[in-house]
Design a protein around this ligand. Structure first.
Ligand SMILES: [Ca+2]
Length: 278
């Protein structure tokens, strides 16, 4: 009898553990989709894939390291999509500040503006920092700092606050020295784009409406019984809220700003939709 109790308890804990792991996998899949799928048309302001080199970008190197930003298609076994990308690295354990900045491009817009890029940051053992900055027309503004954790992925940042006619993007690897071990900072597929938050009415074909909205979004052409999931994400891909499976979505509790709405209908993702909460 006791053995049976132990067995049942153990089984229920294993089932719970599996459920937690499955939930995390599903959330990670949703985040991955948020980076690739967008329902509203993007207007690309600037993009660079480095497949033709880095001649249009400006490299600034200081410190005692001899390496600086360069292009390669693979670094040891690593590559993004098989095409050239930019990399700076150091394995001498000495100081370096390696900057690479884009040409100036016109990003003067009142629409939400986003920066996205693929990255690999390998800090290994010491004080490497990877910095991502944008030029707001008068000064560089830091929008992301990598340090202390090896990370690989696609980053998306809302840079609306810095939109201007003379924008630039800059990546910096900064190392204050340390162990004799390798540090890498690798970047590819830099893109700056705006996603117009045009007002959407009930007569428009694209849900949700109205957009922008203060309290609720209404989905068109979707049968409530077919909805499997409705989630609201930040523009950087974090799950903010799981909503009731209804065609009228309550957003009254959200802070004002830009969000991504993701819906699963009959087991299939619909396009992600950017909306503005007023
Ligand atoms: Ca490339």
């Amino acid at each position: 009898m006791q053995l049976k109790d132990i067995f049942l308890r153990l089984t229920s804990r294993i089932v719970l553990l599996i459920a937690i792991i499955m939930k995390k996998i599903v959330i990670l899949l949703f985040i991955a989709f948020s980076l690739f799928v967008t329902g509203q048309a993007q207007t690309i302001v600037y993009q660079e894939d480095f497949n033709s080199g880095i001649s249009s970008w400006t490299v600034y190197s200081s410190g005692t390291a001899t390496q600086s930003w360069d292009t390669t298609s693979t670094h040891y076994a690593f590559s993004f999509d098989g095409t050239p990308f930019i990399i700076t690295y150091d394995w001498s354990g000495i100081t370096m500040v390696e900057e690479i900045s884009s040409p100036t491009f016109n990003a003067a817009t009142s629409n939400p503006l986003f920066l996205t890029y693929e990255f690999s940051f390998m800090y290994q053992s010491t004080a490497l920092q990877g910095l991502v900055d944008v030029y707001d027309g008068s000064a560089w503004q830091n929008v992301r700092t990598f340090s202390g954790t090896d990370t690989v992925g696609i980053d998306t940042i809302d840079i609306s606050a810095y939109a201007n006619a003379n924008m630039q993007v800059r990546f910096t690897a900064s190392c204050s020295g340390g162990y004799n071990w390798e540090h890498d900072f690798m970047i590819d597929n830099v893109k700056v784009y705006e996603m117009p938050a045009t007002a959407i009415s009930e007569n428009d074909s694209q849900p949700p409406y109205p957009n922008p909205s203060e309290n609720a979004l209404t989905l068109k052409d979707i049968n409530e019984a077919d909805i499997d999931f409705i989630g609201i994400y930040s523009v950087s891909g974090d799950l903010v809220k799981v909503c009731e499976k209804k065609t009228v979505i309550d957003i009254s509790d959200l802070e004002a700003g830009s969000y991504i709405l993701r819906i699963i209908v009959n087991g299939a993702f619909t396009d992600d939709m950017l909306f503005i909460k007023q």
